[in-house]
Design a protein around this ligand. Structure first.
Ligand SMILES: NC(=O)N[C@@H](CC(=O)O)C(=O)O
Ligand SMILES: [Zn+2]
Ligand SMILES: [Zn+2]
Length: 348
């Protein structure tokens, strides 16, 4: 039985680091485990131009210097697309290395998406330019049509939007973020080399029962919402299969405890503190520890066209207790797996 696993240092291809005091409180958790992370731009107001994204990157680096001065961590920035995004601004920020990708939030699909895109046709000139310059598009893939059941919104997005997008722009690199359904897993598997997906630890670990059985559990609520068990099994199969166009993206999305434990609770799970322990447990359960490095450390850089990390991290088979909450710069946040004991420990 494997008791120690050493792999190249992983990257997290989907994180929310927030801003201000909360940024200082949460960024050390991601910087402790990962070398790089794709930082989502859904702040309030959103990061819609080169100057704004560059200033946000500086705030992240300043927060790191204060709260985790020894961390060797690089934030990879993203631009928030709106109906009014200018293709030249996108190309300039990419050429200057300010951001590495752009994020498509369908308007009102999730936290911080009020300024998102109302109709994908409006941003085709931007997407055509991105295809030309080799800049990836990151997609929150859910329709927002009020008539579509929340559990079907990802599958309907594939039929109404994603399939067409991939046909229209075969040269555009697309990451289907935080996939949650068997339909999305099948779509990505059968798509061409320019389409990839990230999968969160929670969508590998829990189904919708975790949110709804025995009482309503706001700390299991995120978007896209966890689905039925057969979807979770399809995601576990894809993640642990060795397939090269799927990779680690935690979607760590901290919200204050009181904002989740509320009549209208916020969507998002804070999974950064024990992200690798959570993922490796899944690979262990599936008998796929030998495929964990590809998912965590190799497939992401290959898709984004970046070098892999040179240093390594080690996980050991030992019990580790997850705290029931964190005080992140005076904001109390309940982590994913709060109060549970996991079977793997990150030793650095
Ligand atoms: N995943 C979530 O439930 N929430 C994210 C937004 C997102 O990734 O959709 C957040 O920013 O809180
Ligand atoms: Zn999202
Ligand atoms: Zn997210």
């Amino acid at each position: 039985m494997t008791t120690t696993l050493t792999i190249r240092r992983p990257d997290d291809w989907h994180v929310h680091l927030r801003d201000g005091a909360l940024l200082k409180g949460v960024v050390p958790h991601t910087a402790r485990q990962f070398a790089r992370a794709i930082v989502m731009p859904n702040l309030n107001p959103p990061m819609v131009d080169v100057a704004g994204v560059a200033a946000y990157r500086d705030r992240i680096l300043a927060a790191l210097a204060q709260s985790a001065p020894d961390a060797k961590f690089t934030p990879l920035m993203t631009l928030y697309l709106t109906d009014g995004t200018d293709p030249d601004e996108v190309a300039r920020g990419f050429a200057e290395g300010v951001f590495v990708a752009a994020k498509l939030y369908p308007a009102h699909a999730t936290t911080g998406s009020a300024h998102g895109v109302t109709d994908i046709a409006k941003i085709y000139p931007v997407l055509e330019r991105m295809a030309k310059i080799g800049m990836p598009l990151l997609v929150h893939g859910e329709v927002t049509d009020a008539h579509v059941d929340i559990f079907d919104r990802e599958a309907v997005f594939i039929d109404r939007t994603m399939t067409r997008l991939v046909e229209d722009l075969p040269g555009l690199k697309i990451v289907f973020e935080h996939i949650t359904t068997a339909e999305a897993a099948a779509f990505v598997e059968s798509a061409g080399p320019n389409v990839a997906a990230t999968i969160t630890p929670q969508h590998l670990q829990i189904n919708r029962n975790a949110m709804l059985v025995g009482g309503i559990r706001p700390h299991a609520y995120c978007l896209p919402v966890a689905k039925r068990e057969h979807h979770r099994l399809a995601l576990r199969k894809l993640a642990t299969s060795g397939f090269s166009r799927v990779f680690l993206g935690t979607d760590t999305a901290p919200h204050a405890r009181h904002l989740k434990e509320a009549a209208c609770g916020c969507a998002g799970l804070f999974n950064a503190p024990f992200a690798l322990e959570s993922y490796v447990t899944v690979f262990d359960e599936e008998g796929a520890l030998d495929r964990f490095e590809a998912f965590a450390s190799l497939n992401g850089p290959a898709f984004y066209g970046m070098p892999v990390n040179e240093d390594t991290i080690t996980l050991v088979r030992e019990p580790v207790e997850v705290p029931s909450e964190y005080d992140c710069a005076s904001t109390l946040i309940v982590p994913f797996h709060a109060g549970e004991t996991l079977g793997w420990r990150f030793v650095g």
